[in-house]
Design a protein around this ligand. Structure first.
Ligand SMILES: C[S@@+](CC[C@H](N)C(=O)[O-])C[C@H]1O[C@@H](n2cnc3c(N)ncnc32)[C@H](O)[C@@H]1O
Length: 268
């Protein structure tokens, strides 16, 4: 497969990541404490959405924001130019965690929605351990797609979601990596490993938010449309059916949206 990244690096996708960071921020940051840290590595910063959240929420930290993709780093830099108040607090680098080994150490490392895309998360976690000072903390948020549930059921959506996850496996990633984080972190040599569910549940009781999450999820699904078609995981007709039938979610009397991301804290 020529492009091995599920979501691709289009402008539209980079913009979606910026929005996603804001939409999900209250499901991510309350679990983590950056008090006492001065220099944090953000691994897999994408277009810089989480970088902004980190800069905003923790005014005392400096960030090295790293991504394997030059396109993402270029977009992240451009985006940060809109926030002169954060100038001088972040450095953007194209590369991988291993590039820093023996050169830099950090008080903390932040990883969000990255390990699902890598064939060897254990190796990345081992590298992260090398990059932390003694007592330094690693904070991770990752997908656990098997937890996803919703109502009312739509067959074309179920097919689309199944294809989405299977493609992620075929690209070498793992759409359920979140549930493995505890075991992986202990194997990588971390101590005080904690694994926490971050539950996102909305139903008719908060219908607006429920519909908002359906919108968010629709955009997430479509971020893989190109790859799904290119790799013959779905036909044009199957994608069209998903798009047409998804609207039924907004008509339902008793809808619900449920997703449980997994968060991990670990200490060197
Ligand atoms: C879904 S995006 C998440 C971006 C950002 N963390 C956020 O939440 O908005 C995943 C990012 O991880 C990057 N990535 C994948 N594997 C990586 C690796 N081994 N080292 C650094 N970045 C990586 C991709 O290029 C992509 O920008």
């Amino acid at each position: 497969m020529e492009n091995k990244y599920l979501h691709g690096y289009t402008d539209h996708e980079q913009q979606r990541l910026l929005q996603q960071a804001q939409i999900l921020s209250n499901y991510i940051y309350p679990a983590f404490d950056f008090e006492g840290m001065t220099h944090v590595l953000e691994l897999g910063c994408g277009s810089g959405g989480q970088t902004l959240e980190l800069l905003k929420r923790y005014p005392h930290i400096r960030i090295t924001a790293l991504d394997i993709s030059a396109e993402q780093i270029s977009k992240a830099k451009k985006n940060l130019e809109n926030y002169p108040e954060y100038a001088g607090r972040v450095g953007f680098v194209v590369g991988e965690a291993m590039d820093f080994i023996g050169k830099h150490q950090f008080d903390g490392i932040f990883i969000c929605w990255v390990l699902e895309h890598t064939p060897n998360p254990l190796w990345i976690l081992q590298n992260c351990r090398e990059l932390l000072v003694q007592g330094g903390k690693l904070y991770i948020t990752e997908v656990y797609n098997r937890s996803f549930d919703y109502s009312p059921r739509i067959t074309s959506f179920d097919n689309y979601f199944e294809a989405y996850n299977q493609l992620q496996y075929q690209l070498g990633g793992n759409p359920n990596v979140g549930i493995h984080l505890g075991n992986l972190l202990r194997e990588a040599g971390f101590s005080a490993v904690q694994l926490k569910p971050s539950v996102n549940l909305h139903d008719a009781n908060d219908l607006e938010v429920c519909h908002f999450m359906f919108n968010y999820w629709y955009d997430l699904m479509l971020s893989a449309e190109h790859q799904l078609r290119e790799n013959n995981f779905l036909s044009t007709e199957e994608v069209a059916a998903f798009k047409a039938e998804y609207a039924a979610l907004y008509e339902a009397q008793r809808p619900f949206f449920y997703y449980c991301a997994m968060q991990a804290i670990a200490v060197k």
